[in-house]
Design a protein around this ligand. Structure first.
Ligand SMILES: *[C@@H]1O[C@H](CO)[C@@H](O)[C@H](O)[C@H]1NC(C)=O
Ligand SMILES: *[C@@H]1O[C@H](CO)[C@@H](O)[C@H](O)[C@H]1NC(C)=O
Ligand SMILES: *[C@@H]1O[C@H](CO)[C@@H](O)[C@H](O)[C@H]1NC(C)=O
Ligand SMILES: *[C@@H]1O[C@H](CO)[C@@H](O)[C@H](O)[C@H]1NC(C)=O
Length: 297
């Protein structure tokens, strides 16, 4: 795995997904006789490390009036020709529009999304925007801008090649990331591998639930922390036990509430009935996402 940064809180939820992912990887490997080899000798340290403090550089709010923060993308359809762009504005809704295009200085397409908010005990979220960019060309670099009309921020991503039986593609794999100093080292190590086109995130995201009242401010800090990668390549989400956020003792009885508001998945494209269960195709891989902490039908 790319990095289990939270040894202090081991969890065991990822078995099913890993079986699915590895089965897919194995099938591809066997068919094409590819040996990806060893990509690096990196090993995270075994000792548990502590969470980065709230005033850490990686949690900094971007400057500017109501500036979009916590920008991240995920695949938006079954075969990779759509992307869901998500971001949060803190002070007022602002625009849910995304401007995008293939030329950095001429974003001649636009898509309109919408925003949501939620409360968790005494925490109130910012305005969480989600916008789907559809009908993208394959294997193409797209630039996109959020914060239209206020503080605009521009990012880019590369769409995947068209799905096929023998299409090389490199995935990253991270789970259990959290927001410790070691989480930052894990992410920096991942960033340094420029080959990877998308990240399979195998559950346990922010660990906000370790805090009293599941302090959801730690969901915001986590999402700002991962922006440096997740705004530029899709992170494919699976939930683990740390996303359940079921806390009847403080009146919070809707499982997965923070996750569901913040991290959309393209589950409808695979005819799934719930965001925790879905599949996507990307290059030569058919990735099946299963969630052992949610009921299924
Ligand atoms: C948008 O810009 C791209 C890149 O310059 C160009 O290829 C495309 O034709 C333009 N589309 C429209 C609708 O103007
Ligand atoms: C939420 O409640 C806790 C416990 O009473 C308190 O420490 C915290 O400051 C409160 N947060 C907000 C945003 O009111
Ligand atoms: C996190 O890692 C980045 C990149 O290596 C570094 O610039 C930053 O100072 C680190 N922050 C913390 C709090 O460790
Ligand atoms: C989803 O269901 C529709 C309608 O039955 C069908 O046309 C489509 O092929 C299904 N998609 C997948 C990925 O199974």
């Amino acid at each position: 795995m790319g990095g289990s940064s939270r040894r202090a809180h081991p969890t065991t939820h990822v078995g099913l997904l890993l079986v699915a992912v590895f089965a897919a990887a194995l099938a591809v490997t066997t068919m094409t006789c590819v040996d990806a080899g060893v990509t690096s000798a990196y090993r995270r340290q075994l000792l548990a490390s502590v969470d980065m403090p709230l005033d850490s550089d990686v949690f900094r709010v971007p400057p500017g009036r109501n500036a979009p923060q916590q920008v991240h993308i995920t695949q938006g359809d079954l075969e990779g020709s759509a992307v869901i762009v998500s971001w949060t504005t803190a002070d007022e809704p602002g625009s849910s529009k995304v401007l995008y295009g293939t030329s950095k200085d001429k974003l001649n397409k636009s898509a309109k999304g919408s925003y949501t908010r939620y409360q968790f005990y005494n925490y109130t979220s910012g305005y969480i925007h989600h916008c789907v960019l559809k009908d993208l060309m394959y294997d193409t670099t797209y630039y996109y801008t959020v914060g239209v009309g206020q503080t605009e921020r521009q990012f880019w991503f590369k769409s995947p090649p068209k799905v096929g039986p023998d299409v090389p593609y490199t995935f990253g794999l991270i789970g259990d990331l959290g927001q410790t100093y070691d989480s930052n080292i894990t992410l920096s190590h991942y960033d340094s591998n420029s080959n990877s086109g998308a990240l399979l995130f195998v559950g346990d995201l922010s660990y906000a639930d370790d805090y009293p009242f599941h302090d959801n401010v730690r969901w915001d800090t986590w999402s700002r922390f991962i922006e440096r990668s997740a705004a530029y390549q899709p992170w494919i989400w699976t939930v683990g036990n740390h996303e359940i956020d079921f806390a009847p003792e403080i009146g919070e009885t809707e499982p997965f509430k923070p996750f569901l508001h913040r991290f959309p998945t393209p589950y409808k494209a695979s005819n799934s009935t719930a965001p925790f269960w879905y599949s996507i195709k990307r290059a030569s891989a058919h990735i099946i996402v299963l969630a052992s902490y949610s009921a299924y039908g």
